[in-house]
Design a protein around this ligand. Structure first.
Ligand SMILES: [Zn+2]
Length: 224
């Protein structure tokens, strides 16, 4: 094993034994931190023509859990994060739902070994389906231009980078005729400026796909 990978593996081992929120040992998310996170679900005050809901605020606990899941590979957090996303989706609609995830950057998937947002969305779909709200992933989007990651960019720079970032997948859109009565929700792990999900909704609308809302595991405190 390469030295870097060995260190990564050790970090994973330590992180996977501590609560992502408060670092108490023995669990990746302790009951207290989970309870605090799970009561933050609700509509987000983003000014968009469609409703936006988040499972938690992207600060402290949820931020730590999402980063541990995304950047440190703590996959046991897929379940609680998926449950948070399911709560956000259920805030928007209680009927049958198709979830459209944001296509990841190829380099992110290579670095993380998985599309972590997709893992969370798949879990959310299972949570909803078990609660008698049929839900499944429908991959309507793929990446078009790949203008790199958003970290460190201003809202304006993000918007410029995201224009044209997605394309629809016609073969998937053709399948929508089999899902009469399903509402389409765009899902993501974190909403910050909202530029990414807005571009996803715009891309789908341009292909004649009506989106009922946007849901995320967590969102930054409102600044809109
Ligand atoms: Zn904790």
């Amino acid at each position: 094993m390469q030295r870097g990978r060995l260190i990564d593996a050790c970090v994973d081992l330590v992180l996977s034994r501590a609560c992502a929120g408060c670092q108490v040992l023995g669990t990746t998310l302790c009951p207290n931190c989970w309870a605090a996170m799970a009561q933050q679900v609700g509509l987000h005050p983003m000014r968009t023509p469609w409703p936006v809901a988040t499972g938690a605020r992207y600060e402290n606990l949820a931020k730590a859990a999402i980063i541990a899941h995304k950047e440190h590979g703590v996959r046991s957090l897929t379940a609680p994060l998926g449950t948070l996303l399911a709560g956000a989706i259920a805030t928007l609609t209680r009927g049958p739902t198709l979830l459209v995830t944001i296509p990841p950057h190829r380099r992110s998937v290579q670095a993380r070994g998985a599309d972590t947002a997709l893992l969370i969305a798949q879990r959310a779909a299972r949570v909803l389906s078990r609660a008698h709200q049929p839900a499944q992933i429908q991959p309507l989007l793929r990446r078009g231009l790949d203008n790199g990651k958003h970290v460190g960019r201003t809202a304006l720079q993000r918007q410029a980078a995201i224009d044209g970032a997605f394309q629809t997948r016609p073969e998937q859109i053709a399948k929508l005729k089999n899902f009469a009565g399903y509402r389409i929700i765009v899902v993501d792990d974190v909403i910050t400026t909202g530029a990414t999900t807005q571009e996803a909704v715009r891309t789908l609308a341009a292909a004649g796909v009506q989106v009922a809302g946007v849901a995320a595991v967590a969102g930054t405190p409102a600044r809109w």
